[in-house]
Each structure stands twice: as structure tokens, then as C-alpha cells.
Design a binder for this molecule. Structure first.
Ligand code: NAX
Length: 333
């Protein structure tokens, strides 16, 4: 058995963490041969609740969990961590736009970026889930200058899973037969869910493009995009709380892709620092199609961007540039 790795989950007393701890502790993310020490960070008023979560972790009798460190102290939470799930933030309430959340949450990510910089391993892989996720990841990275920018990413995998599931449902195929459905841009309603490069496995072992299999580009360019863009709001309207089980599953999927790599010819949507690919402004955290190997992601290159997609990429990139400016002004206050 390998030496245990240290994994921090922030917002550990919250609803996403309640599902995510199970995903991580079972071995779904780092592998069933990788023991872990769980660091659980929340704010002081939540320590009583966190105590109950720690009791439940013990009661789950997870063989891979070799230690649990519940704390409200970032210097303890981020000490020597190998992977960080940055979930802790104020969740979006019904009727609230993501922009309203920005000023409240960006400061949390400034402080936690500084704590990561000071206490975490330099190789730490940081996944930001708390909203506005892309911009929080930008701020977190900015305030952790000793950790490579490439180690920070934000989650659009939930949007990707939603898009993949929607297409599989429409095609009446099993969800894991659909591949390379992409999310470009911000984890917000400006995101661009893109099925142009997606394909579906067919029974004879071959594959066919989703566009051909569906034969309904009108749906792919309209209702499909809108349904994925607004799925988070639809879940809030129904549940009166934001997505939690599906967010935890997606956070596990995202970190697994980073940690274990992506299979041959399978792409994953990761919101990562832009290097100017596809004429996206440099330095914003933008969701691109990526492949991962040896814990390093690279952006899939040379996809043809037609006018329809160009317009959508520019809308979501512009929103991220604006969010970045707003976040910087909040942090510099
Ligand atoms: P909860 O309110 O259930 O839990 C958040 C937890 O974070 C609370 O226990 C709170 O005390 C804690 N917290 C607040 N400030 C903290 C700090 N400074 N340090 C450590 N912990 C702190 O929210 P939950 O439903 O778990 O959602 C968490 C975040 O995920 C929200 O920002 C939410 O908007 C975001 N989401 C992101 C998604 C994505 O796809 N990127 C989808 C799901 C979700 O909406």
C-alpha cells in the first residue's frame, strides 16, 4: 500500500462536502489503493456540525481513511496537502445571480490562496467548486504565487455531466456511451455547452457523431444549450437548495481526471488558466476541452471554431474578464 496522501475539503460541514467525503473516502478519486488523510475545514460556528460529520466518517469504516483532521484553522487545514477541494463558500440562493456572490466569496479565496501558498505542498492540485468558481480559482492562484498556475482549476464537470446525460437521454443510450461533450467558458449561464465534437458508441464497436445520431441540429443549438445553462437554477427551484450530490460526483470526476489522467481520445472540460488558445484572453480561468497525463493537463488544440461558437465563446470570455476586474477591485480594497 502507498503512503497516505493528504486531501483537504473546505466547506466540510456543508451539503456538497457531505456527499463528496463519501466519493473521496471510497477510493473513487485517488484509487482504491491510495490511503488518505482527510483534512476538513469549515468556519468556527460549524465545528459542532463538523464533529457529527467526523463521527459518521468513523461509522462508515472506510479502509482507505487513515486519519481525519477537522479544523477551523487554515494553517492546519492546508498543511502539506496533496489535493484540495475548495468547496467552502456562500451558496447561491433562489433568485440570486452569481455576480451577487462575487464580492462575498472572492475574499474567502484570497485568504485561502495565501494559506495554500504558505502551508500546502507546491505540487498540490487545487479544484475550486465554490462560486463564482472560475474567478475564485483565479484569485486563489493569484494569492498563491509559489504554486504553479497550472495547478489551479475550477469545476465545469457538473455542466459536462449534465450535457452528456441530456444527450444520452435524447438518444436513448446509456450515459457512458456518449463522449467528448464540452463546456467552454464560465460555470455560469453564459457557458457554452458544445456537442459538435461529441460522439456516441454504437453496438458494433464503432462510433458516430452525436450530431449525426441525433439529426436535430436545431435542438443542439437551442434547447440543449439553454437546458444545460439553466440546469443549476432548475435544481434550486425544485429542491430549494443548490445541486449537491451531482456537484460532489462531478468534483470527484474532475479530480480523478487530474490525478489519474484521461483515457485515450476522451476529453474533459476543465476550467484552467488561459494561454490564449482559441483567442481567449490570457490569464482568465476558462473551461477548455483538455486531456491529462502525468497530472498535467493540456488544452485540445486545432478545433475549428465557426461563427456560431465564436460568438458564444466571446460572450462567456467577456463575462470572465469583467468578473476578474471586479474580483481584483474587491481584493485590493
Ligand atoms: P453549503 O452552504 O451547504 O456549505 C458551504 C459550507 O462552506 C458551509 O458549511 C460554510 O460554513 C462553509 N464555509 C463558508 N465560509 C467558509 C470559509 N471561509 N472556510 C471554510 N468553510 C467555509 O453550500 P454547498 O451547497 O455545499 O455549496 C458550496 C459551494 O459550491 C457554493 O459556492 C455553491 O454555489 C457552489 N457550487 C458550485 C458548483 C459548480 O459546478 N462549480 C455546483 C454546485 C454548487 O452550486
Amino acid at each position: 500500500m502507498a503512503e497516505p496522501i493528504r486531501v483537504v475539503i473546505t466547506g466540510a460541514a456543508g451539503q456538497i462536502a457531505y456527499s463528496l467525503i463519501n466519493v473521496v473516502a471510497r477510493g473513487d478519486v485517488f484509487g482504491v489503493k491510495q490511503p488518505i488523510i482527510l483534512h476538513l475545514l469549515d468556519i468556527p460556528p460549524m465545528m459542532g456540525v463538523l464533529e457529527g460529520v467526523v463521527m459518521e466518517i468513523a461509522d462508515c469504516a472506510y479502509p482507505l481513511v487513515r486519519g481525519v483532521v477537522p479544523t477551523a484553522d487554515p494553517s492546519v487545514a492546508f498543511k502539506d496537502v496533496d489535493a484540495a477541494f475548495m468547496v467552502g463558500a456562500m451558496p447561491r440562493k433562489q433568485g440570486m445571480e452569481r455576480k451577487d456572490l462575487l464580492s462575498a466569496n472572492v475574499k474567502i479565496f484570497k485568504d485561502q490562496g495565501q494559506a495554500l501558498d504558505q502551508y500546502a505542498k507546491k505540487s498540490v492540485l487545487v479544484l475550486v467548486v465554490g462560486n463564482p468558481a472560475n474567478t475564485n480559482a483565479f484569485i486563489c492562484s493569484k494569492y498563491a504565487p509559489s504554486i504553479p498556475k497550472e495547478n489551479f482549476s475550477a469545476m465545469t464537470h457538473l455542466d459536462q455531466n449534465r450535457a452528456q446525460a441530456l444527450i444520452a437521454h435524447r438518444l436513448k443510450v446509456q450515459v457512458d456511451k456518449v463522449h467528448n461533450v464540452l463546456i467552454w467558458g464560465n460555470h455560469s449561464s453564459t457557458q457554452f455547452p458544445d456537442a459538435k465534437w461529441a460522439y456516441v458508441e454504437i453496438p458494433d464497436g464503432d462510433s458516430v457523431s452525436v450530431s449525426k445520431a441525433l439529426n436535430d441540429d436545431e435542438w443542439l443549438q437551442n434547447d440543449f444549450i439553454k437546458t444545460v445553462q439553466n440546469r443549476g437554477a432548475a435544481v434550486i427551484a425544485a429542491r430549494k437548495m443548490s445541486s449537491a450530490m451531482s456537484a460532489a460526483k462531478a468534483a470527484g470526476d474532475h479530480m480523478k481526471a487530474l490525478w489519474q489522467g484521461t483515457p485515450q481520445s476522451k476529453w474533459v472540460s476543465l476550467a484552467v488558466v488561459s494561454d490564449g488558445s482559441y483567442d481567449i484572453p490570457k490569464d482568465i480561468i476558462f473551461s477548455f476541452p483538455c486531456v491529462v497525463s502525468d497530472k498535467k493537463w493540456s488544452i485540445v488544440q486545432d478545433l475549428t471554431i465557426e461563427d456560431f461558437a465564436r460568438e458564444k465563446l466571446d460572450i462567456t470570455a467577456n463575462e470572465l474578464v469583467e468578473e476578474k476586474e471586479e474580483a481584483l477591485s474587491v481584493c485590493e480594497d
